[in-house]
Design a protein around this ligand. Structure first.
Ligand SMILES: Nc1ncnc2c1ncn2[C@@H]1O[C@H](COP(=O)(O)OP(=O)(O)OP(=O)(O)O)[C@@H](O)[C@H]1O
Ligand SMILES: [Mg+2]
Length: 313
């Protein structure tokens, strides 16, 4: 291999590399999943291979942030590949692009660049990607640690420092991943809901300028939602606080009122009464036997009620 900044020559083929992601993401609290991820990436002997875990959990609870924070802690370059239902096998590896003089240039994906550079790749929202794309990664995710790009006509073996993690959402807009791939994405690292103190510290870290009263109202709300098993996330909480602070520039009402308005506009009026939301969820579960999405609860046709968990105190 000969190297020239962002272009590298592999088996006679010029490959343009992707750019790494700059990340300042700190991980607050929730030490266990971070320790588990760091442990997966260790090698215990010269012949040992790192594990390629999957981080699973409710959308918006910190899966991508956890992976980014772990990469930062290992002091390695980070590459993120966003998976979608349109991701084709070659998108994961090499994309041919027509150059100015009609020549073909080969662009390495974030994943392939991480393999070449010895970085960390986060395959984000991996279960949005169809099975045939996963198939292209089978040889990378076992002891061979290599891939073959048919388009560029190259084989690449991963740098020894290359590390892999995939994040997966617990929602229904996803594909079933075949067993032979699941058996390579081990172990599962679950991201639980944070406790009250942790959640407060996470919100404060992300929004250090927010008033304590607003943070407290929001943490109380999120904790109640977590206890009830509702998928209302930290990201939702962060959006609500940001919007409530903006409402504060246009009205004189209390923080609680601003919080309620922001929650209603962000999650829908039904999110103001969490107990009722749970009941509705149970009913729909009985009716359809499925796992309806949050949208079905938040944007249903029932009128909002004024009293809710927040109306009480
Ligand atoms: N432990 C934590 N420390 C610091 N910030 C956190 C933590 N957990 C979550 N966050 C913050 O919560 C927000 C949502 O996190 P993130 O985007 O990582 O969630 P996600 O699970 O990847 O969501 P999605 O499934 O939608 O991709 C981010 O702004 C992130 O900074
Ligand atoms: Mg994410």
């Amino acid at each position: 291999m000969t190297e020239n900044k962002e272009i590298i020559v592999i088996q006679g083929v010029e490959i343009h590399l992707s750019h790494k992601v700059g990340s300042t993401q700190e991980w607050i609290g929730q030490q266990e999943p971070l320790d588990q991820l760091m442990a997966c990436w260790l090698t215990l002997s010269p012949k040992d291979k790192p594990l390629s875990p999957r981080i699973i959990g409710v959308p918006g609870m910190g899966k991508t942030s956890l992976a980014m924070a772990a990469a930062r802690r290992r002091n390695q370059d980070l590459y993120i590949f966003q998976c979608t239902s349109d991701t084709r096998p070659e998108d994961l590896l090499v994309t041919p692009v027509l150059g100015q003089k009609g020549s073909i240039m080969y662009h390495a994906s974030a994943l392939l660049t991480a393999m070449i550079r010895g970085g960390i790749v986060v395959l984000d929202e991996g279960n949005r990607m169809p099975e045939k794309s996963w198939a292209a990664l089978a040889s990378l995710l076992d002891d061979r640690r290599m891939i073959e790009s048919i388009v560029a006509g190259i084989n690449v073996t991963a740098h020894p420092e290359f590390r892999f993690v995939v994040t997966m959402n617990d929602d229904s807009s996803t594909y079933e991943i075949p067993d032979y791939i699941m058996s390579r994405l081990q172990p599962a690292i679950e991201l639980p809901f944070p406790g009250q103190d942790e959640e407060m510290r996470i919100l404060r870290y992300n929004l250090p300028e927010s008033p304590e009263e607003l943070l407290n109202i929001c943490v109380g709300y999120l904790q109640e939602a977590h206890d009830l098993g509702l998928p209302i996330s930290l990201r939702d909480g962060l959006h609500i606080i940001r919007y409530a602070q903006r409402l504060n520039t246009i009205s004189q009402s209390s923080w609680k009122e601003k919080f309620l308005q922001a929650t209603s506009q962000i999650l829908g009026p039904e999110a103001l009464d969490l107990q009722k939301l749970v009941e509705k969820r149970k009913l729909e579960d009985q009716e359809y036997g499925g796992d309806p999405e949050m949208g079905d609860f938040f944007f249903g046709d029932e009128p909002p009620e004024d009293s809710g968990p927040l109306g009480k105190g």
